[in-house]
Design a protein around this ligand. Structure first.
Ligand code: MG
Ligand code: MG
Length: 327
């Protein structure tokens, strides 16, 4: 984990962003509370980190404007207000020297969280790559969207696609290079969205590639690319990337996702890379969850991302020692 001074971070900053109007299914506003109830803070403290919990962004923190909303954007005004407040807080958190972890909330919050951390890193002359774990590409624009839901436009917005310029007008916004966006675990892309992704040269690891080559190979390649560019990595973790068996508590379930164990392996590789500088955990919908299963899975996976090992390697104190023969 990388702190903004370039050294290993010892503090993790948590911020809940209870937004759910970017999605068609309501309920992700309960996500931050469910992640805390599932023990997120304790897991991180047990790993030796100091945890600075900033609580949740509140309605009163939101920043309202009155520009005309673009066509084909549901709840634009509210999403805009959440985005602006999130970007400001995200910048402050990154500047504090901690690794920011944003607890969603639907995936529209990433339009603010990434803008904030990217702005901070730009001031340090560093650039971000973004690893987008998601069953979906989230690369629609107001011109291409079929659903008009803004959580499906967040990756496109970050890469500077047209149509949402007013969302955060007046705020310094380092654009994300399309070739620094890595979609991972995708298995549902709209027709027009697919064409734009191809035209822009965005990196896509879909489920077919994961099945064919295995997660280790494909993740290794992504990490090598990020390292070769001397970028830092923001992980945007939409829980619907997981197979519904492991994560039923999301609004837009798509069968055939990565398994719980594959996800752990990826998280361990990301930890070992030392490249991850900030994280979003989004789309957890406790209203749809099965007795907290998805929230608990998310907390376990974040634990792996921050260095917890599921199978401890034997050490002199816990290794199994064969009994000596007494003849
Ligand atoms: Mg998403
Ligand atoms: Mg998704």
């Amino acid at each position: 984990m990388i702190a903004p001074d370039g050294n290993a971070a010892s503090t993790i900053a948590l911020l809940g962003i209870p937004v759910d109007l970017g999605a068609s299914v309501r309920g992700t506003l309960m996500g931050p509370a469910a992640l805390r109830t599932a023990g997120l803070g304790g897991v991180l403290e047990d790993l030796g980190y100091d945890v600075a919990d900033y609580g949740d962004l509140l309605e009163r923190d939101l920043v309202w404007t009155d520009d005309p909303p673009p066509a084909n954007t549901k709840h634009y005004r509210e999403v805009q207000a959440w985005t602006r407040a999130t970007a400001q807080k995200s910048f402050e958190m990154a500047r504090s020297g901690a690794v920011p972890v944003f607890l969603g909330g639907d995936h529209s919050l990433t339009m603010g969280s990434v803008v904030g951390v990217a702005r901070h890193w730009q001031l340090q002359d560093r650039q971000l790559s973004v690893l987008w774990f998601d069953a979906h590409a989230d690369y629609n624009t107001p011109q291409t969207t079929e659903s008009q839901n803004m959580h499906g436009m967040s990756a496109a917005f970050l890469c500077g696609e047209p149509g949402l310029e007013g969302l955060i007008a007046g705020v310094a916004r380092p654009p994300l290079r399309p070739d620094a966006l890595h979609l991972f675990g995708v298995r549902s892309i709209d027709r027009e969205e697919k064409q734009v992704i191809r035209d822009r040269g965005i990196n896509v690891v879909d489920m077919r590639q994961i099945d064919r080559f295995g997660v280790v190979d494909v993740v290794q390649k992504i990490l090598e690319t990020v390292k070769a560019r001397n970028h830092l990595l923001h992980l945007s973790f939409d829980l619907d990337v997981l197979d519904p068996e492991a994560a039923p508590g999301v609004g837009t379930i798509v069968p055939g996702g990565i398994t719980y164990r594959e996800a752990h392996l990826v998280m361990e590789m990301l930890h070992d890379s030392g490249l991850v500088a900030s994280v979003d955990v989004v789309e957890l919908n406790p209203f749809l969850d099965d007795r907290g299963r998805t929230a608990r899975a998310a907390v376990e996976l974040i634990g792996s991302l921050f260095g917890r090992q599921i199978t401890e390697r034997p050490t002199p104190t816990n290794a199994i020692v064969a009994p000596e023969d007494d003849d």
